[in-house]
Write a protein that binds this ligand. Structure first.
Ligand SMILES: [Zn+2]
Length: 494
């Protein structure tokens, strides 16, 4: 695994925690948030331009339209599809504002969109949350933890869009607070201005993961040149004692939930610095740094050429030969990474050693890839809904049939926050039973593990998956008293 060192060599001139580097005049007036109704009006106006096509990807739980905007030059052969989506978290508006700005800029200056590129934008994935200035949607669900079970209308619509667009490259837009009390107590302000990470789900193939790593690294120099402090995205506590890691490798967030469709998937987080409890005094700068990064990704020709060389025009996810099921963040070397902060006393950017930064994703356990998965007839209804939401094909058994299977036993589900592995609970530990020949009853479901859907089927159904379905109450309830999970592995008969 590649080792990424955060470099804190670039010093920025700052005063009162604010960067001197000026933002262009066109951003300076962007200090008001765009409401849902203003947004609707903007995209409807753009729709009259021949380069823009507006559609409704679905509706939110309060019935607001989830607008999807396609932008492409007319009469051009498309070979590279890009999808930017924002505001899964309603109280993180800068990504939305940047996507609106980008769309308007392309209308005014079509050269911003390279030839042969089709750009799709969904700037408001969670309009209900946005209107309430809250993270969750109107029925109190965190959309960015719903990409596995797809119980929310908004995430269902987002995934339908993914399956129909099949983007080569997608970016999920978020924000983080860079002025947390924990840092302030140390006399520091967090100092990555904007951060980006790539899909790291262990089932993704190495080429896709290293393309992602390469792209994030490639963004560093153009951003730093513009006076924007850019880093690979990380989360965690305050250094030196707190633990840090890169973005979660689980399927339930947008980053990997999108990544399992096979294209290159990324997340961007821009840093919010509140002043006198005003969340948006620095909004123009956040929108500016967001727009710069998005345009850089959109316009970089080498990124496109490398991606096309890997994929061609159609995305074909590769079926892995084994399935990593358990993994954790670790540090494979003794050297400490560092974290950039602004020292409040001197107003200078400095680097703090972070000996508990865990940069390496270690696979603890893998299982062989089964031929298919078998779902018990009693639980078929719930799984039919789940598979339909993911548009994963399956068969229903009509006459009793002999199959060689392997059932799985649930050992534990950890529901509390785990202080060593830093995870919001839900870690599933399941073990494999010996192989057995069984007569399968009618009404049971068979879900084949096939090339096009293989990664998604494994991610969703593999019973020994550490962050699998049994972290959710609906599926945990199905586990029998003798701990048998409702999904078994169907094996090839020799
Ligand atoms: Zn977020």
């Amino acid at each position: 695994m590649q080792r990424h060192i955060l470099i804190g060599l670039t010093f920025f001139l700052i005063s009162n925690g604010r960067v001197h580097s000026e933002i262009p005049a066109s951003f300076q007036s962007l200090n008001q948030l765009t409401s849902y109704s203003d947004f609707t009006q903007i995209v409807q106006e753009l729709d009259s331009d021949p380069r823009f096509t507006l559609s409704e990807a679905g509706k939110s739980s309060q019935g607001r339209s989830l607008w999807l905007l396609r932008i492409a030059h007319p009469n051009q052969k498309i070979n590279w599809r890009v999808f930017f989506y924002a505001q899964q978290h309603g109280n993180e508006p800068a990504g939305k504002e940047a996507l609106i700005y980008l769309a308007k800029s392309i209308q005014q200056d079509p050269k911003i969109l390279p030839r042969g590129v089709e750009l799709w934008l969904m700037p408001m994935v969670n309009p209900d949350g946005s209107e309430q200035d809250q993270r969750k949607n109107a029925v109190d669900a965190d959309l960015n933890r719903d990409h596995m079970i797809l119980e929310q209308l908004e995430t269902q619509a987002l995934h339908r869009a993914f399956r129909s667009i099949q983007p080569h490259l997608s970016i999920d837009c978020h924000e983080f607070g860079r002025d947390s009390d924990d840092y302030r107590e140390q006399g520091w302000l967090e100092w990555p201005e904007i951060m980006m990470d790539y899909a790291n789900y262990p089932l993704l193939n190495d080429e896709v993961v290293s393309y992602g790593a390469g792209l994030v690294q490639r963004m560093e120099s153009p951003m730093i040149k513009k006076g924007i402090n850019f880093h690979r995205y990380f989360v965690g506590g305050v250094p030196p004692d707190g633990e840090q890691r890169f973005s979660a490798p689980d399927m339930d967030g947008g980053l990997n939930g999108a990544g399992i469709y096979g294209g290159f998937s990324f997340i961007i987080e821009v840093g919010v610095y509140r002043k006198d409890n005003d969340d948006n005094h620095d909004l123009p700068r956040r929108v500016y740094v967001y727009t710069e990064l998005l345009q850089q990704v959109l316009q970089d020709r080498k990124i496109r050429m490398q991606g096309l060389a890997l994929f061609g025009r159609k995305i074909k996810p590769e079926l892995p030969i084994w399935a990593p099921t358990n993994y954790f963040w670790a540090k494979l070397s003794e050297s400490a990474m560092s974290i950039p902060v602004i020292d409040s006393a001197t107003a200078k950017a400095i680097s703090i050693p972070a000996p508990n930064f865990m940069p390496d994703l270690v696979i603890k356990k893998s299982v062989s890839v089964p031929l298919a998965y078998l779902i018990n007839a009693e639980q078929a209804d719930v799984f039919t809904d789940l598979l339909n939401r993911h548009e994963i094909p399956f068969q229903v058994i009509e006459t009793p049939r002999d199959l060689l299977i392997q059932r799985c036993l649930l050992d534990t589900v950890e529901m509390d926050f785990d202080d060593v592995y830093h995870r919001y609970g839900g870690r599933v530990i399941a073990t494999l039973n010996p192989k057995e020949k069984v007569l399968v009853e009618p009404g049971s479901l068979i879900v084949p593990v096939e090339a096009q859907n293989g990664i998604r089927v494994l991610a969703l159904l593999e019973p020994t998956q550490m962050f699998g379905l049994y972290q959710y109450p609906t599926y945990l309830k199905m586990v029998t008293d003798d701990r048998i999970l409702p999904v078994a592995r169907i094996l090839r008969e020799k």
